[in-house]
Design a protein around this ligand. Structure first.
Ligand code: DNO
Length: 406
């Protein structure tokens, strides 16, 4: 039976979900990173090998690195850019020599993913993540008070945001700020971690470094990075997989680079090597309802090396949504999975070696005893993701049966 490889994001020894749990859940591929290493350094081979052996000792494989983080100096063409790129190149070489062939990264300025509500209620008592646009505007304009932020939004959005802000207590405003800047970022090597006590100032400083970088310049910075990496990727057999922006449009007055069809087309033209690939994250891309996910998946399938699947439901404002689990929601998940299962068959038929196409259930709704403790990283509960991978697995079995009858 041909199925996409069932993968799971594992945060290493600090993760309350263990490798043994993964085995029980039928996970085949582990997605992990050397999270203890700071951004910008080279990953030594011995540390990579140790991590790899631990995974293989349990009968699984290290199927993708998520992520080798990209430093702010690389993104902004700062003074240490070339030094950090050199370390990145060596890291790719080391990973390739250890047989790890897929590296996910993102090129989002300062913030990685962004959510405004971490306890959005679901039917029956589960809770999940939500991005509410007016709340985000309130954060930017009235709480963070980013210089010039008020000129960035329409009068309607500002009026909505003012209402949201007026209804917040000072504690709620502070929590919102902390969640956006620190709580959802620290565990994935974001720019601002919990050791920064003046985290708002640090955050504003990082944002200010983008004041002269427009989208064109930002694309040039990404191309500079990719062009330096691709020769190493080709030599050592490593596929790069850029993660889309989440949400997939500019925020906080900074450029965003990977949010729609045109951005992916630009990426392909910027460096046509198929090692210059994509992580197809349905949840991120769905933040723009106009994105035609099936069309994007079909058009770029050839260079999609890694899949993050999760569903979304739109609410109120055209930029607001909540994470609705994996199968059910406003995205046509069966159609999207079918595209990738056909692509997998195509790869096998043409003799490509990278036909596994690891898929991980991205985020999850907190259900059952996920709710009892805060031991899981935000967005990464055990039961909610287990439900997700089980649903996706069932979907894959069904699609495989359907395709094999054609
Ligand atoms: C959020 C994740 C992202 C993703 C990075 C990849 O939960 O999907 O943090 O790992 O953007 O570099």
């Amino acid at each position: 039976m041909d199925k996409l490889e069932k993968a799971w994001r594992w945060f290493g020894d600090n993760d309350a979900v263990t490798l043994d749990h993964l085995v029980q859940m039928g996970i085949e591929g582990v997605v992990t990173a050397l999270h203890h290493l700071p951004t910008g350094v080279m990953w030594p081979k011995d540390a990579i090998i140790r991590r790899k052996h631990r995974i293989e000792d349990k009968g699984m494989r290290w199927t993708a690195v998520e992520s080798v983080p990209v430093s702010e100096d690389i993104k902004t063409a700062g003074s240490r850019r070339d030094e950090h790129i050199e370390n990145y190149r060596k890291t790719i070489q080391n990973l390739g020599e250890c047989g790890i062939d897929t590296v996910c990264y993102n090129f989002m300025p300062v913030l990685d993913w962004c959510r405004t509500i971490l306890d959005y209620p679901h039917v029956g008592g589960g809770i999940g993540l939500c991005f509410d646009y007016p709340t985000f505007v309130a954060f930017d304009v009235f709480i963070l008070k980013r210089p010039g932020a008020e000129n960035y939004y329409s009068a309607e959005d500002l009026a909505e945001a003012e209402k949201v802000f007026a209804a917040m207590t000072p504690e709620q405003a502070e929590t919102l700020c902390y969640n956006i800047i620190v709580a959802t970022q620290g565990f994935i090597n974001g720019a601002v971690d919990s050791s920064a006590s003046d985290y708002k100032e640090v955050f504003l400083y990082y944002i200010s470094r983008y004041k002269d970088i427009d989208k064109e310049q930002y694309r040039a910075n990404l191309k500079y990075f990719i062009d330096a990496l691709i020769p190493v990727c080709e030599k050592y057999g490593v596929n790069l997989a850029i993660h889309p922006d989440d949400p997939p449009y500019p925020i906080l007055g900074m450029p965003r680079i990977m949010g729609c069809y045109d951005d992916m087309e630009w990426l392909e033209k910027a460096n046509p090597s198929f090692h210059n690939g994509i992580t197809f994250c349905t949840g991120s891309l769905s933040g723009r309802p106009e994105n035609d996910m099936v069309a994007m998946a079909s058009r770029f399938a050839d260079r999609i090396h890694f899949l993050h699947l999760r569903n979304t439901r739109y609410i109120g404002h055209t930029r607001s949504f909540y994470e609705s689990g994996h199968l059910y929601g406003d995205l046509d998940m069966p159609a999207i999975v079918e595209v990738f299962m056909r692509e997998q068959r195509r790869r096998i038929a043409v003799g490509r070696t990278d036909w596994r196409m690891p898929v991980r259930p991205d985020h999850g709704i907190r259900i059952l005893n996920d709710l009892d403790a805060d031991k899981y990283n935000i967005g990464y509960p055990l039961n909610g993701r287990l439900r997700g991978i089980a649903e996706l697995d069932g979907l894959m079995v069904g699609i495989d049966r359907m395709l094999s009858r054609e």
